[in-house]
Design a protein around this ligand. Structure first.
Ligand code: ASP
Length: 342
């Protein structure tokens, strides 16, 4: 039986063309994209396609549109063996991370890909990215899909989606997984590292948890950050979780006004999550005295989460209506292979 793959087109550079009036790249329709990939008919799979009515530049992506992708996946889940989602690179790590948290009992691959150059350009990276994503999505083992998680495939590497971050706006290798190895390499052979694929005990049928709440704020600290700016930001109404991008292993400046403000916010029931500005390594609250006040306040550690996973995990968990203690426990637990805690 040939595997059946659904390709979902949301937009992004992969399907863009130059608009001669504005001299900028804009998305075009899916038929146009496929016309530029005649090689697709050589792949030993059956396909179907689903395209957003209006493909978007992924800078315009938002949780309501994650839900549209979720709807498409949910309706078509049982008809297909694997899914390839074409998405702009700018926010691909956010969407893919969010989907990793939202999907429950996933037993099929959901592979996000896109490209740095449109598919119509001579030197495009789109063809390899798309063709290999389809091949990866169609891999089977003992009659079941080999990959059963949300991934990003880009420039010869397969990543666990919720470990990725976009690190380059120009090079073809736009993504990196700073704290977890790539789960597959495309060379002469497609080498999927089966031992590190995400696998967990499924407890029921596939479903997508669509309860999201994006009342999340981010505070990136820097030497000399103005007090009024920090105060205004932390007093923003209707924010239920703040992610504080701290230095190194979770260190902050320890001016009393800042500690008092954090203390006050924690008392108000706001979730304070400490992330690191470093690309690699993890938060270790209490390692330096500049983070011990945070330990006393009872902040939440994001360990080695990428910023994309830190934000989308907060959006997902806020949607679950948890108490502060439940939120902290869930946040500090790896739910979908997104973080290491030691
Ligand atoms: N701005 C584009 C987008 O994210 C960039 C890309 O696709 O590479 O949709």
């Amino acid at each position: 039986m040939r595997p059946k793959i659904l390709i979902i087109y949301t937009g992004g550079t992969i399907g863009m063309a130059m608009d001669y009036h504005s001299q900028s790249l804009i998305p075009f329709d899916f038929d146009n994209l496929l016309k530029r990939l005649p090689e697709i008919s050589l792949i030993d799979c059956d396909f179907d396609y689903f395209s957003f009515e209006e493909p978007i530049d992924s800078s315009n992506m938002r949780p309501e549109i994650w839900l549209q992708i979720a709807e498409a996946l949910e309706t078509k889940y049982h008809e297909f063996d694997g899914f390839v989602i074409l998405h702009g690179t700018d926010t691909m790590s956010y969407t893919a991370s969010a989907l990793s948290f939202m999907t429950e009992n996933l037993e099929k691959p959901i592979i996000f890909t896109g490209s740095q150059l449109p598919i119509g350009e001579l030197r495009t990276d789109a063809k390899e990215n798309l063709i290999t994503s389809i091949l990866l999505a169609s891999l089977q083992k003992e009659g079941k899909p080999m990959i059963q998680e949300v991934c990003i495939y880009f420039e010869y590497k397969l990543f666990r989606a919720n470990r990725t971050t976009k690190i380059n706006a120009e090079n073809f290798d736009a993504f990196e997984s700073p704290n977890f190895p790539s789960i597959g390499i495309s060379g002469v052979h497609l080498d999927v590292k089966e031992k590190i694929l995400f696998n967990y005990q499924k407890t029921g049928d596939f479903r997508i948890n669509k309860q999201l709440d994006s009342s999340v704020g981010v505070l990136k600290i820097f030497p000399g950050i103005p007090q009024t700016f920090v105060e205004n930001l932390l007093h923003s109404p209707n924010i239920k979780a703040f992610i504080i991008e701290a230095y190194g292993t979770g260190n902050i400046f320890t001016d009393q006004w800042f500690i008092d403000l954090l203390q006050q916010k924690a008392k108000e029931g706001i979730h304070l999550i400490i992330n690191t500005q470093c690309a690699g390594g993890m938060v270790e609250i209490g390692r330096y005295s500049t983070s011990t006040p945070l330990a006393k306040i009872g902040v939440i550690s994001s360990f080695d989460l990428t910023m994309e996973a830190a934000i989308t995990k907060a959006i997902y968990l806020l949607g679950q209506n948890l108490t502060h203690a439940e939120f902290k426990t869930q946040y500090e637990t790896s739910l979908k292979g997104e973080m290491s805690t030691t």
